[in-house]
Design a protein around this ligand. Structure first.
Ligand code: ADP
Ligand code: MG
Length: 386
């Protein structure tokens, strides 16, 4: 028998692994890295937070997003850059893009996709331009504009900061004269948008992927519920009547933005009409179910798209329900004792309103996944109240 070649540690170390840079080191970066490691990829995340959760699975550069020296170091180490959150400063992405372009690479998704979504007004104007229905809206620059917004949009309406908001932060609902009075007193800056309140039947989202050479695929839509503006549960909806319409709307965005990567489009449904709420140029919380519930997850497909590798199948494997763990984690044994339940602990410190983990349940029927998910979710809420 021939002798085995001994492992050469030097050779192992030098082996030229493709390195992906991720701006942000939160759970999305962590899940991107977890999906790419088996493909031979290695990751560097850039996040000012010292013990950010992706640092368990990626090299970590801990510096501010305006630290040019560190950003240049980051760009020098990686073959391609992506981001896990859309509030990353535009100047940082512009700088990195220029550096990456010098070596024939870039930041994906492109700056145009980020630019439109960093301002809710620009985002809604983009929807209008693309004939993607969206709730009626109006820019609010002064307290007086609010009166006009009420006349134009009616009550209730929702007032949102145009930039920087997430998980329902920076939003308030104006339901009556009293709320209006309070909101007028509270307005401190001129970067707000008022939106007509949509009395939706349900909230859905569609996650799409498009590779650098244009190969496109869509996941089954997800039906989503929120608690206090934060995503609570997502269920995939195979064979849903709204699937084709949602795909058509997402396709318009992909085409317009000449998009590369995974994108999520959040929609309100009333009757058989869809209204776009917002889009996210990244992997999305309403797509976490795809890790166990689809042939190829949104995270892996994001990487495949960036690298122009073949896009993986987006086909659902049965029916999935995803539960977000907000504020604290339920005991892992509650989930591991359930068949086909998958528990994800992001390794974050518990804090009210913080997403610290999630679980996905996969079942053979819509009914059973719904029952299982709702039981566990109610149990979580019970725990949170204790
Ligand atoms: N115009 C609206 N009508 C009804 N509900 C809304 C409206 N805008 C936001 N919401 C509710 O608030 C949630 C969070 O708002 P969203 O605009 O998606 O902000 P975020 O960036 O925080 O996710 C939505 O998922 C939806 O449940
Ligand atoms: Mg949202």
């Amino acid at each position: 028998m021939p002798a085995l070649t001994p492992v050469n540690p030097e050779r192992q170390r030098k082996k030229n692994r493709m390195k992906i840079g991720i701006l942000g080191g939160g759970q999305l970066a962590q899940m991107i890295a977890l999906s790419g490691i088996p493909l031979g990829l290695r990751f560097v995340c850039y996040d000012p937070v010292d013990d950010c959760c992706a640092s368990t699975v990626a090299e970590h550069i801990s510096a501010d997003y305006d630290n040019r020296k560190k950003l240049a170091e980051f760009a020098g180490q990686v073959d391609i850059i992506t981001y896990e959150f859309e509030n990353v400063p535009a100047s940082c992405v512009r700088y990195l893009n220029a550096l990456m372009q010098e070596k024939g690479s870039a930041v994906f998704p492109g700056e145009n996709a980020l630019h439109a979504t960093q301002d809710r007004l620009r985002e809604k104007q983009l929807f209008e331009k693309l004939a993607i229905p969206t709730p009626a809206f109006m820019a609010v620059n002064h307290a007086e504009d609010l009166e006009q917004a009420v006349r134009l949009l009616g009550l209730p309406l929702v007032l949102k900061s145009r930039s920087g908001g997430y998980d329902g932060k920076g939003q308030s609902v104006i339901r009556n004269e009293h709320d209006l009075h309070e909101a007028k007193k509270a307005i401190k800056h001129d970067q707000l948008i008022a939106e007509a309140w949509v009395n939706f039947d349900r909230e859905i989202s569609i996650i799409a992927v498009r590779s650098r050479s244009g190969q496109t695929a869509f996941y089954d839509i997800a039906e989503n519920t929120h608690q206090n503006g934060i995503l609570s549960t997502s269920f995939n909806r195979p064979d849903d009547a709204m699937q084709k319409k949602a795909e058509m709307l997402a396709q318009r965005l992909l085409d317009e933005l000449n998009y590369t990567g995974v994108i999520a489009l959040e929609l309100f449904q009333t009757g058989d009409q869809l209204f776009a709420n917002e889009y996210a140029p990244r992997v999305h919380n309403t797509g976490h179910w795809t890790i166990e519930g689809a042939a190829c997850s949104q995270f892996e497909n994001h990487l495949r798209a960036l690298l122009d590798w073949p896009v993986g199948s987006t086909r659902s494997i049965g029916y999935s329900g995803m539960i977000n763990f907000i504020g604290e984690l339920p005991p892992v044994s509650d989930y591991l004792s359930v068949n086909n339940a998958h528990y994800h602990d992001y390794g974050k410190e518990p804090r009210p309103g913080r997403k610290v983990g999630h679980a996905t349940l996969v079942a053979a029927s819509q009914d059973s996944v719904k029952k299982m998910t709702e039981t566990l979710e109610a149990q979580n809420r019970g725990l949170a109240r204790q």
